[in-house]
Design a protein. Structure first.
Length: 89
């Protein structure tokens, strides 16, 4: 049986105008790809980036859902259930 995400009811923010990792900007670091928290809208860098700020945001807030905000990407990820429950339209 496939694991399903039980956190989709927590989605509050689906889009952002931000195109930079908020935390990397503060420290003067660079990022590879950007992810956005679907609960609060925080933008952080991906796990391929040196600082992994999107995952760090999850660990500090327990906000379970994030999405890619890279051009052309609409997928989402649930840190708690460790699944991609689909895409946002």
């Amino acid at each position: 049986m496939a694991v399903k995400c039980s956190h989709l009811d927590q989605v509050r923010v689906t889009q952002t105008a931000a195109h930079e990792c908020e935390d990397c900007i503060k420290t003067g670091d660079r990022w590879v790809h950007l992810r956005m928290c679907l609960v609060c809208g925080h933008v952080g860098c991906c796990d391929s980036s040196k600082n992994k700020h999107a995952t760090g945001h999850f660990h500090s807030t327990q906000h379970p859902l994030m999405r890619s905000i890279e051009p052309g990407e609409r997928w989402i990820w649930c840190y708690v259930d460790e699944v991609s429950p689909g895409t946002l339209s």
